[in-house]
Design a protein around this ligand. Structure first.
Ligand code: 3H9
Length: 681
C-alpha cells in the first residue's frame, strides 16, 4: 500500500486518489503511488476503466520543483506517464483546483479529462525558466493547434475550466463538489458507448495545417520580441512546438527533452526556480510563528488621495474591502477619486472589467475631509507628504481618533518609523506598509517592523498582503528600508561612473542588455530631473541640467535629446555638462569600459549594500532582498536578483571587484567569500 495513494473499485471503475499535501506535486512518493495504482488496476480484469483524482486542495500542481537538480529517483515521471497512456482501458483525469505543468501533462496522457467549473489548467513552466518537459509541448498543440499552443505555453497562465473546455483542453465539466461521482459516471458512459481509446499523441488534425510553415514561429517571436527579451525559455518553447508540427511524435518528444535539458542546465531556470521559493519564503518570520492570531481587517482608512494614496486605495477596493479616503480639501478628494474612477474605466474599456464592477468598486469608497471618519477603521494607512513633521502630526491625530487596537500604518519610503511611532501613545500598533509606485500594480509590499510593533500586527500585515495580491517582505527600520536602499546605490554608482568617461547611453545600454527595462538615465528622463534628487545641496549633473531647464522627456530633453516622437539621441549638451562637472571636480577619465565592466560598476555596489542590509538584520534573508528588488524595481528575474546573481558571479570576484573600484566590501560579503559560501544555499 502506498503512502499517498488509495485505490478503490466503484461499480467496475477503479478510482485512484492521490493525497500528497500541500499541492500533490509529482514527487517520488506520488510517482510510486501512481505506478502502483496503474499496475494494479491495469492487471485487474474486474476494473473496466480508471478514474485518477486527487484529494486536498488541488489536482497535481506539477513536477516537484524541489527535486530538480537532485539525483533522479525511479520511477521517472515520463515512465509513469507512458504507463498511464498505454493502459489498455479508458483513463479519466478528474480535475479540481489547478492542474499545472507536469500535472496537466499527466492529464494529457489520460484518455479523457473532466473538471469542475472552478478548476484551472495550464503549463506554467516558462515562469520557472523551463518548458513542459513531459510531453506538454507535443500533446497540447495536437489538441488546441500550433498558434494557441504558442500563446498558452509561452504565456504560462492558468486557463479556467470553461475556456479550457472550449479549447478542447478538457472534455467535460463536472458539477462543483461532485467530481468523483461525475467522473465515475463519465467513465460508465464511455464504457456503455464503447468509445475507442483516444491518445492525444496520435492526433494530427490540429498540427497538420501548420506543417512546413516556419514563418509562424518567426512571426510569433517578432510579435513578442519585447516580452521575451533576455529570456531563453520562450525561445526553446517555440522550437519544441515547431517540432510538434514537423516531426513524428516520438522524435518530437526527443527534441522536447533536449530543449528541456538545455534550459535545466542554463543559469536562468536556476534563478527563476530560486525566485519561486523565495517569493513563498517571505512570510516565514522566525519569531512570529505561523499560528500567530490574525486581526480581522474589514475596513481601511487611507490618508492622502494623491498618486500613492489612490493606488493604495485601489488594492483594497479590488479585494472588496471598503476604504475611507481622507484628504485635506474637497477638491483634492474629488481629484483623487476621479483618478481612481478613470483608472477603472480605462480597464473596463479594455474589456478587463464590466461597468458594474467599476461602480461596485467606487461604491466601496467613503470620501472624507476630516479624520473623524477614521474612528472605526481596522487599519489606517497614511500616504501624506514625506516629511517627518507632517507624518508625526498625522500620527498624533490618529492616536487621538482611531479606536484602540486599530493598526496605524505609514507608507513612508525613507523615514524613521520608530520616530513616527513615538508620536503616538501606542507605538506597538504602528507598522510600515511601504507600497511601490504605481501602488495598484507593483507586487512588492515592504512591511516595516518598528522596534515595538506587535507580532499579531506583523502577522496580520503579511496575511493582508496576500489578500490584496502583494508579496510582503519584512524590513527593519533604516533609511530606505530594503529595495530603495539597495537600489539607490545603483544610481549613485552610475553618477560616479558617468563622470569618469562612460556615456549615459553606454551605461543605459549595458543595464538594458543585462535585462532591466530601461537604464538609469533613460529612467531619470522619464521621471523628470526636477523630481529626482529634489532638495540636493551638492552640485550634481542632474542639478546642472535642471539649471539649463533640461527636465527630461517633459521639457527640453535631459540626459538625452528627444524628437517630437520622444525618440532619444545622445545629447551633446548633456555630454558637455558632464564633462564640465568632471573637470570642475577634478575627476580623471578612465576611458571606455566594456558592458560587463559597466554592469560590475553599477551592480557590485548594490550587492555590497544588500550584504550590509543582511548584516544589520534589516532583511531576514538574502532571498528577501532579491524578492524586493525583483518586485519593487523590476530587476530581471532570469538573473535572480542581486544576491542570487552575486552567487553566480562568485562572491570572491565581487569582493575583488569592489576593492578594485575603491569600495569597502561589507564584512558579511568578505566573510562569505573567504569561506567559499554563497548568499543563497
Ligand atoms: C514541471 O511540472 C516540469 C514538467 O513539465 C516536466 C518534468 C520532467 N513543487 O503557492 P503556494 C509548494 S515544473 C514543489 O503557497 P497556493 C510551495 O513551495 C512545475 N513544491 O499555494 C509551498 O510550499 P511552502 C510546474 C511546490 O495555494 C506550497 O507548495 N508547476 C510546488 O497559493 C504551497 O504553495 C508549477 O509551476 C511544486 N510544483 O498555490 C506550479 N508547487 O508551504 C507551481 C507548490 O513550504 N505551483 N509547491 O511554502 C503554483 O503555482 C502554486 O503553488 C499553486 C498553489 C497554484 C499550485
Amino acid at each position: 500500500m502506498s503512502e499517498v495513494g488509495t485505490y478503490e473499485v466503484i461499480d467496475g471503475i477503479g478510482v485512484i486518489t492521490i493525497n500528497s499535501p500541500p499541492v500533490n506535486a509529482l514527487g517520488y512518493n506520488t510517482r510510486v503511488a501512481l505506478d502502483e495504482g496503474f499496475r494494479k488496476f491495469g492487471a485487474d480484469d474486474a476494473v473496466k476503466a480508471i478514474v485518477l483524482a486527487c484529494a486536498g486542495r488541488t489536482f497535481f500542481a506539477g513536477a516537484d520543483i524541489s527535486e530538480f537538480g537532485q539525483p533522479p529517483r525511479a520511477p521517472d515521471l515520463r515512465d509513469v506517464l507512458d504507463l498511464i497512456e498505454n493502459t489498455a482501458k479508458p483513463v479519466i483525469a478528474a480535475i479540481h483546483g489547478t492542474a499545472l505543468g507536469g500535472g496537466y501533462e499527466l492529464a494529457l496522457v489520460c484518455h479523457h479529462r473532466i473538471a469542475v467549473p472552478s478548476a484551472k489548467v495550464g503549463l506554467p513552466e516558462v515562469k520557472l525558466g523551463l518548458l513542459p518537459g513531459a510531453g506538454g509541448t507535443q500533446r497540447l498543440p495536437r489538441i488546441v493547434g500550433i498558434e494557441a499552443a504558442l500563446d498558452i505555453i509561452t504565456g504560462g497562465n492558468p486557463i479556467g475550466a470553461s475556456q479550457a473546455l472550449s479549447l478542447g483542453m478538457i472534455d467535460a465539466l463536472a458539477q462543483e463538489g461532485n467530481l468523483a461521482a461525475d467522473a465515475v459516471a463519465f467513465a460508465r458512459t464511455i464504457l456503455a458507448e464503447g468509445r475507442p481509446l483516444v491518445k492525444v499523441r496520435d492526433r494530427q488534425d490540429k498540427v497538420e495545417p501548420a506543417r512546413g510553415k516556419p514563418e509562424i514561429y518567426a512571426g510569433f517571436m517578432k510579435k513578442n520580441a519585447k516580452a521575451f527579451r533576455g529570456f531563453q525559455a520562450p525561445v526553446n518553447i517555440v522550437k519544441a512546438i515547431e517540432a510538434a508540427a514537423e516531426l513524428p511524435f516520438d522524435q518530437g518528444i526527443v527534441r522536447e527533452r533536449e530543449l528541456f535539458e538545455d534550459l535545466m542546465a542554463g543559469s536562468q531556470s536556476g534563478a527563476q526556480r530560486n525566485f519561486f521559493f523565495a517569493e513563498r519564503q517571505t512570510t516565514k518570520i522566525p519569531d512570529v510563528p505561523s499560528d500567530t492570531p490574525i486581526l480581522p481587517i474589514k475596513t481601511v482608512g487611507v490618508i492622502g488621495a494623491g498618486t500613492m494614496g489612490g493606488g493604495i486605495t485601489m488594492n483594497f477596493l479590488n479585494a472588496g474591502i471598503p476604504v475611507t479616503l481622507v484628504e485635506m480639501t474637497q477638491e483634492a478628494l474629488d481629484r483623487g477619486t476621479g483618478v481612481i474612477r478613470r483608472n477603472y474605466e480605462n480597464t473596463a474599456k479594455k474589456g478587463r472589467m464590466t461597468q458594474d464592477q467599476v461602480e461596485q468598486r467606487m461604491a466601496l469608497i467613503t470620501p472624507a475631509i476630516t479624520y473623524d471618519a477614521l474612528a472605526d477603521v481596522d487599519l489606517v494607512i497614511e500616504a501624506v507628504f514625506e516629511e517627518m513633521s507632517v507624518k508625526k502630526a498625522v500620527f498624533g491625530k490618529l492616536d487621538a481618533i482611531c479606536k484602540q487596537g486599530a493598526i496605524l500604518a505609514s507608507n513612508t519610503s525613507y523615514l524613521d518609523l520608530n520616530e513616527i511611532a513615538e508620536a503616538t501613545s501606542r507605538p506597538q500598533d504602528v507598522i510600515g506598509l511601504h507600497f511601490f509606485s504605481p501602488a495598484n500594480v507593483m507586487r512588492l509590499l515592504e512591511v516595516v517592523r518598528g522596534a515595538k510593533t506587535r507580532k499579531d500586527i506583523i502577522a496580520t500585515a503579511m496575511a493582508l498582503a496576500k489578500t490584496i495580491g502583494k508579496v510582503p517582505v519584512l524590513a527593519g527600520v533604516c533609511h530606505g528600508f530594503i529595495a530603495n536602499r539597495v537600489m539607490t546605490v545603483r544610481s549613485l554608482a552610475a553618477d560616479a561612473l558617468v563622470l569618469r568617461g562612460p556615456s549615459p547611453q553606454e551605461i543605459d545600454k549595458a543595464i538594458f542588455d543585462y535585462g532591466f527595462a530601461v537604464g538609469p538615465y533613460q529612467m531619470m528622463d522619464i521621471v523628470g530631473l526636477d523630481v529626482i534628487g529634489r532638495g540636493a545641496t551638492e552640485r550634481t549633473i542632474r542639478g546642472d541640467l535642471v539649471k539649463l531647464d533640461r527636465l527630461g522627456q517633459k521639457k527640453n530633453g535631459g540626459f538625452y535629446d528627444y524628437d517630437e516622437n520622444r525618440n532619444a539621441t545622445p545629447s551633446p549638451v548633456a555630454a558637455k555638462v558632464i564633462a564640465d562637472l568632471a573637470a570642475d571636480l577634478g575627476i580623471n577619465a578612465i576611458g571606455s569600459l566594456g558592458a560587463d565592466e559597466i554592469v560590475a560598476h553599477l551592480l557590485y555596489p548594490v550587492v555590497n549594500e544588500a550584504a550590509r542590509v543582511l548584516e544589520e538584520g534589516i532583511a531576514l534573508r538574502a532571498s528577501d532582498i532579491d524578492v524586493a528588488c525583483l518586485l519593487g524595481y523590476n530587476w530581471p528575474v532570469f538573473t535572480g536578483g542581486p544576491t542570487y546573481w552575486a552567487d553566480t558571479v562568485g562572491l570572491d570576484k565581487v569582493v575583488d571587484g569592489l576593492r578594485a573600484m575603491g569600495h569597502e566590501p561589507a564584512r558579511l560579503l568578505v566573510e562569505k567569500a573567504a569561506k567559499g559560501e554563497k548568499f543563497n544555499g
